[in-house]
Design a protein around this ligand. Sequence first.
Ligand code: ADP
Ligand code: MG
Length: 453
Amino acid sequence: MNLEQLWKQTLGEMEAQLSRANFATWLRNSQLIDKKDGIFFISLPNNFAKEWIENKYQKNILGILRGLDSSAKKLEFVVVNQEPKPVVKKSLGVDFNKFENQINFEYKIDPNTNLNPRYTLSTFVVGSSNELAYAAATAIIKEVGTKYNPFFIYGGVGLGKTHLIQAIGNEIRTLYNNKIRPRYVSSEKFTSDVVWAIRNRRMEDIKKKYRDVDVLIIDDIQFIGGKEKTEEEFFHTFNALYENNKQIIISSDRPPQSIPTLEERLRSRFEGGLTADIAYPEYEMRVAIVRDRLRASNRRLSAEVIDLVANSVKRNVRELEGVLNKILFYQERRGLDIDKKSAEEIIEKSTQNFARRISDDQVLTAVAAFYNVQIEDLTGRSRKKEMVEPRQVCMYLLRDVLRMSYPYIGEKLRRDHTTVIHSYEKVNHEINKNSPFNQKILLIKESLYNTNN
Ligand code: ADP
Ligand code: MG
């Protein structure tokens, strides 16, 4: 029996033992991806499924597998995000090592540095939108701590900030044989560490953890702004590191001067170093990213289809990858010959998918929260000037994210559908000028996507 048959049969038996809902939720998207030295590797779509199955069904599954294949000794569950991460390839069942580049193994995040080895400079595609940031990154790697300190990188959602700053950490580690010690932390994690330390009177632990490093990489700093204690602690950490010539690398969704709640003294520290932005990837770069991914996973698509994919998402590399993965999925799993027409259909479907679980009310809520207005104001008749932008943004997002029809949006916001069209076009025009306005739209979108994770 090959892996696929083995798993199919195991699932068949499990299905008989479990309720339909349980089965559908936990096991439907699983796969037996490899077996090696008695260890059977099973992929699951997310962490929830992994924890659940490990705790509840591990024994059952092992029992069934052992009945079918007496070499089975142990199960190992791995999380494979099917969307938007790359899809597992059937043909790779033979060689487990080949998976490593394709799957984001959770357990592989280095506990000492908190870095994910998946992010490297060699997989980072460079174009005019990010070449400054890239050049700065390579310079920092050569002269850690001395020349470009701090390094502040900013740009919209899904444009490669996390990838680049983690890559710096990974490269430094290899280049200096672990003699220079980087540490990566998201600002949410930093905040929760500080809160925990205050509550438990363990501030010393935090100081040790974050000051006893050579390179501190802190992601999405905008979330720290306004949290007094956290900012205070970060400020001291920053100074302690800075004075000892330790490298500090910071990412944010906007430039330092646009983080309204950031304390002045922190802001001026940030501005004192090197700042680089990442803009939207240009067409050539999007094509290069698609081609790179194809090469890495040993897959092929026609030039025409590559062009379609590269044009399907223009302002977010993560979503671009999502579309590509969907196409590859259909090509392999469904054996579909990907021509222009089928590619168009898949693209249409998968770009809709980004909005899959978002409701129109959630859009209204997110816009109202962002502009600090009432939801009723959005649908209300008042002619107050400050309501113009939130309303237009709302109409734009309902169209752009949820692909609702103009008349439907009109009904929802109690406006004429020509007003909706006008608003949509106006916002769209503004965004394409890559204005600060654009940042706002991205932030609202991000808050929308995040509420659904
Ligand atoms: P951000 O932190 O800016 O929101 P990420 O760094 O998480 O974005 O990038 C989103 C996805 O796009 C990741 O899978 C990343 O590897 C990929 N990506 C972004 N920019 C590039 C690039 N220039 N080359 C290759 N992959 C990229
Ligand atoms: Mg990020």
